[in-house]
Write a protein that binds this ligand. Structure first.
Ligand SMILES: NC(=O)c1ccc[n+]([C@@H]2O[C@H](COP(=O)([O-])OP(=O)(O)OC[C@H]3O[C@@H](n4cnc5c(N)ncnc54)[C@H](O)[C@@H]3O)[C@@H](O)[C@H]2O)c1
Length: 248
């Protein structure tokens, strides 16, 4: 194996892989030798990323178990599932609506549950699997302007721990990553709130010990590690990739 080819021959599905952090994860896993399926509700975006990494694209709506099952069924011997698809609709809680709460929970929490449910039986049968869930520091410390998002991301951490507990005997590990503020279309979308949004972003930046926003590739490196055989004895953990924002 070439150095740096830790994922040689492994098949991976990255949800929400058409943009931001997911696109960087798809790129990094491919660079380490994985055969990558880029799954996204934005099929054109998924196709663009897949072309760049010589991978595959797949239309996937993580809020639908049927869609998750169909995507996973296309991949024989899926070894790595990265539950990355997510969204936020920034706003102070009283100004947000039940429809927004539902969307945020559906994509960020139910999406992880659906895709994990789809992928687990095959991994259990194979006796091998690596599940990496993209949570958020919002799920550990809470993020102003993101109440329901923080709740959903905390839910992802709890779910990850149980999947880790139940599946160690199949050599299936499950870990979460808690990114801090990462420069992607999602975070920059807060600017649509005008001055309040700018302040939210500045506030998050100043809470990192490095006093900067993170970049998608910095999250992707942590995903590659947890998906690789450098992390064979790590499960049920939540790894902060946040410049120290979530430090206790
Ligand atoms: N950017 C940050 O600061 C930050 C911080 C912490 C955690 N995260 C998490 O990282 C992950 C990626 O976020 P990002 O910043 O790259 O966002 P992004 O908006 O750039 O990308 C999200 C991707 O998810 C896809 N998606 C949305 N709904 C979907 C659905 N129903 N089914 C399938 N795909 C869907 C979008 O089409 C998009 O390609 C999310 O889970 C997010 O919550 C981001």
């Amino acid at each position: 194996m070439l150095p740096g080819m830790r994922l040689d021959g492994r098949k991976a599905l990255v949800t929400g892989g058409a943009s931001g952090i997911g696109a960087a994860i798809a790129e990094r896993l491919a660079a380490e030798g994985a055969e990558v399926w880029v799954g996204d509700i934005d099929l054109m975006g998924a196709e663009r990323v897949a072309r760049e990494i010589n991978g595959h694209s797949i239309e996937l709506d993580v809020t639908s178990l049927t869609s998750a099952n169909a995507a996973v069924a296309e991949i024989d011997d899926l070894a790595i599932l990265v539950n990355n698809a997510g969204t936020d609709e920034f706003g102070f809680f009283p100004q947000t609506s039940p429809a927004q709460w539902q969307r945020v929970i559906d994509i960020n929490l139910n999406g992880v549950i659906n895709c994990t449910a789809a992928a687990l039986p095959g991994m259990q049968q194979a006796g091998y699997g690596r599940i990496v869930n993209i949570s958020s520091e919002a799920g550990r410390v809470g993020s102003k302007g993101s109440a329901v998002y923080s709740a959903a991301k905390a839910g992802v951490i709890g779910f990850t721990k149980v999947i880790a507990r139940e599946n160690g005997r199949y050599d299936v590990t499950a870990n979460a990553i808690a990114p801090g503020p990462i420069e992607t279309p999602l975070l920059m979308g807060a600017k649509e709130l005008g001055e309040v949004g700018e302040r939210l972003i500045d506030n998050m930046r100043s809470q990192t010990q490095l006093n900067r926003l993170g970049q998608p590739f910095e999250v992707a490196a942590a995903v590659a590690f947890l998906a690789s055989d450098d992390a064979t004895f790590i499960t049920g953990e939540t790894l902060g990739v946040s410049g120290g924002l979530g430090m206790v």
